[in-house]
Design a binder for this molecule. Structure first.
Ligand SMILES: Cc1cc2nc3c(=O)[nH]c(=O)nc-3n(C[C@H](O)[C@H](O)[C@H](O)COP(=O)(O)O)c2cc1C
Length: 325
């Protein structure tokens, strides 16, 4: 399938694997790229720029297809070594960067000078327009359904995507709640040029996370996610568990007095314990409502082939029937 996104990134299918903390290692990124999508290594999961450089090398050993690096610009006081991570990305010969979080404007000249295409993840039309105005090449429009940080506007994709299509001139992909061929065709109908998936890619054979995480996603329904950290205006959609119930109890009892320090135990440094050790109640971890549509753990190749076959069938058969007179 050819879209503005497949052409911009030099990929076969308009399917992107979004950056995911402690999930987006070289193994997953390479598997997605080898299957014709765009795999993305999560930059900040690597503790240092040197470790990111090594992860990029590992990924290149596993695929000769294009892959990207996610750089998440966090609203924290102790800033990671962003110039170092950007240098490692450029020197590693990566041609695509997914930015997320704070405005990436400061970093765009260096990335563009190196010939890198930048896709910025946005949860609103106004942030998407901002990304377009500062020179981003594409946007990933992340609806309220999404796993991770949906922002504070709570606009689901059935509204957000066509609104983005009304306003944007640069191409965009639909993100949040995407799982299968139906999602891809819907995304294209609403004006997107492809889709970005997070949660769906965790429940695959190649995702280098503990089996417990994959089983938790398969077992979960669309009713099992919770929004945490809303009082801090840092809302995150996570899978419910004991730590999340405790966190929400703290939010209820502290109200407007809630500070980040109060919930450190539930959110700080919990990802390695969950993703690598499978300690499912160790803390809050991002997961989308799309868990309700995930019922199996295929290989990435099986998943992407299935999505493309299903999309093809929907367009040629189901939708074509409605226009035949
Ligand atoms: C476990 C997990 C970790 C994530 N970590 C990041 C991250 O570090 N940076 C980022 O930009 N997005 C992150 N995301 C968001 C995904 O890239 C993607 O935008 C989101 O999962 C899309 O929604 P979906 O889960 O419904 O597909 C994460 C998502 C999940 C599920």
């Amino acid at each position: 399938m050819k879209t503005k996104i497949t052409e911009m990134f030099g990929i076969r299918h308009p399917i992107i694997q979004g950056g995911m903390h402690y999930v987006g290692f070289a193994e997953l990124a390479a598997a997605v790229s080898n299957a014709g999508g765009l795999g993305i290594i999560t930059g900040l999961t690597q503790r240092t720029p040197a470790a990111l450089a090594n992860e990029i090398r590992r990924c290149r050993e596993m695929t000769d297809k294009p892959f990207g690096v996610n750089l998440t610009f966090l609203p924290v006081i102790a800033q990671p070594d962003y110039p170092g991570y950007i240098r490692a990305t450029i020197e590693g010969g990566v041609r695509i960067v997914e930015t997320a979080g704070n405005n990436p404007q400061k970093w765009l000249p260096a990335l563009h000078e190196a010939g890198i295409k930048v896709i910025h993840k946005c949860t609103s039309v106004r942030h998407s327009l901002k990304a377009q105005s500062i020179g981003c090449d594409a946007v990933s429009v992340d609806g309220f359904e999404c796993g991770g940080h949906p922002g504070e506007d709570d606009v689901p994709n059935f509204i957000l995507l066509p609104r983005a299509a009304e306003e944007l001139k640069i191409p965009f992909v639909a993100s949040g709640g995407m799982a299968d061929g139906r999602s891809l065709v819907a995304a294209l109908s609403l004006g997107a040029d492809g889709m970005n998936m997070g949660t769906r890619f965790i429940a695959t054979k190649e995702a280098p996370v503990h089996e417990n995480v994959k089983q938790a996603i398969v077992a979960a329904s669309e009713l099992d996610t919770r929004l945490v950290m809303r009082p801090l205006r840092n809302t995150e959609r996570v899978l419910k568990n004991h730590a999340v119930e405790r966190l929400l109890q703290k939010e209820r009892s502290l109200g407007a007095n809630l500070k980040f320090e109060h919930i450190l135990e539930e959110v700080a440094g919990v990802y390695p314990r969950i993703m690598l050790e499978g300690a499912m109640d160790a803390g809050a971890w991002s997961c989308g409502m799309v868990a309700g549509l995930i019922h199996d753990i295929p290989t990435v190749q099986e998943l992407i082939d299935r999505i493309m076959d299903e999309a093809d069938r929907i367009i040629r058969q189901r939708l074509a029937r409605f226009v035949a007179d």
